[in-house]
Design a protein around this ligand. Structure first.
Ligand code: DHB
Ligand code: MG
Length: 222
C-alpha cells in the first residue's frame, strides 16, 4: 500500500483552503491562464498566498517588493493587502511571462497598484536603490541567487522590513549537506546568510500543502 500521508496532507490542505481561504475567481483564473500559457504551476498554494496577504496587512506594509512574478498569483494576494496609495514592485525576467502577469493583474483589478519591472532581478534591483524603502520583500525566483536577493532586501529595506523567502525546504533536501542540486545549495546559502548576517533576524517553517513538502523563511531587517 502506498503511503497514505501525502493523501492526508492534501485533504487537510483542501479543508484549510475551503474553510479559511475560499475560492476567488480572479486568483483561480490567474492560475488557469498561467497554465494555459504553458508556464509551470509553481505559484504558492492558496493557504500560502493568504499567509502572504495577512503578513502584508499585519506589517502595515505600503511598499512591497517581489522577486519573481510568474503569473502574478502571489502579486495579486499582496496587492490586495496594501492601501490604495501603496505599490507592489515585482520583477520578472521573461517578457512572455510578464504579459501573462499583466493580464492577470488587470482582471484582478489591482494593476494600478503593481509595477512590473522587466529584467533579471540582479540587474533590476540596483536600479531601485534610492527609492522609498520597501516594507516587505518576497523572494521567490531562481534559488541560486537567493543571497543576492537577500542582500538587496536589506539594502532596499529599513529596520523592521519583513523579508519572506519561498521554497526553503525542497522536500527535505535542504538538510542534505552533500546535495549537488544548485537550487538547494542556493536555498542553503540563503538560510545560512539569514542565520549569520547581522542585518537579519529569521526563522523558517516547514509547509505541507498541495505543492508538497516545502517551507517558508521569514526575517526582519534589523
Ligand atoms: C520551483 C520554484 C518555486 O518558486 C516553487 O515555489 C516551486 C518550484 C522550481 O523552480 O522548481
Ligand atoms: Mg516559490
Amino acid at each position: 500500500m502506498s503511503d497514505p500521508t501525502p493523501d492526508l496532507w492534501r485533504r487537510v490542505d483542501a479543508y484549510l483552503t475551503d474553510t479559511l481561504v475560499g475560492h476567488d475567481p480572479a486568483l483561480e483564473s490567474a492560475v488557469a491562464d498561467q497554465s494555459a500559457a504553458g508556464l509551470p504551476a509553481i505559484e504558492v498554494a492558496p493557504v500560502n498566498g493568504k499567509f502572504l496577504h495577512l503578513l502584508t496587512r499585519i506589517s502595515g506594509a505600503r511598499r512591497v517588493l517581489e522577486v519573481g512574478t510568474l503569473g502574478a498569483y502571489s502579486t495579486i494576494w499582496m496587492a490586495r493587502a496594501i492601501p490604495d496609495d501603496g505599490r507592489v514592485v515585482t520583477i520578472e525576467a521573461e517578457p512572455r511571462i510578464a504579459e501573462v502577469a499583466r493580464a492577470n493583474l488587470e482582471r484582478a483589478g489591482v494593476s494600478e497598484k503593481v509595477d512590473i519591472k522587466l529584467g533579471r532581478a540582479a540587474d533590476v534591483l540596483p536600479t531601485l536603490d534610492g527609492s522609498e524603502p520597501f516594507d516587505l520583500v518576497f523572494i521567490d525566483a531562481d534559488k541560486e541567487s537567493n543571497t543576492i536577493y537577500l542582500d538587496w532586501a536589506a539594502r532596499l529595506g529599513r529596520p523592521g522590513t519583513v523579508v519572506i523567502v519561498d521554497n526553503t525546504v525542497r522536500g527535505g533536501e535542504v538538510a542534505n549537506p552533500a546535495t549537488e542540486n544548485p537550487q538547494v545549495i542556493g536555498v542553503q546559502r540563503g538560510l545560512e546568510m539569514l542565520g549569520r548576517d547581522p542585518r537579519f533576524d529569521a526563522t523558517a517553517l516547514q509547509t505541507l500543502d498541495l505543492k508538497g513538502w516545502d517551507g517558508v523563511a521569514i526575517a526582519i531587517v534589523l
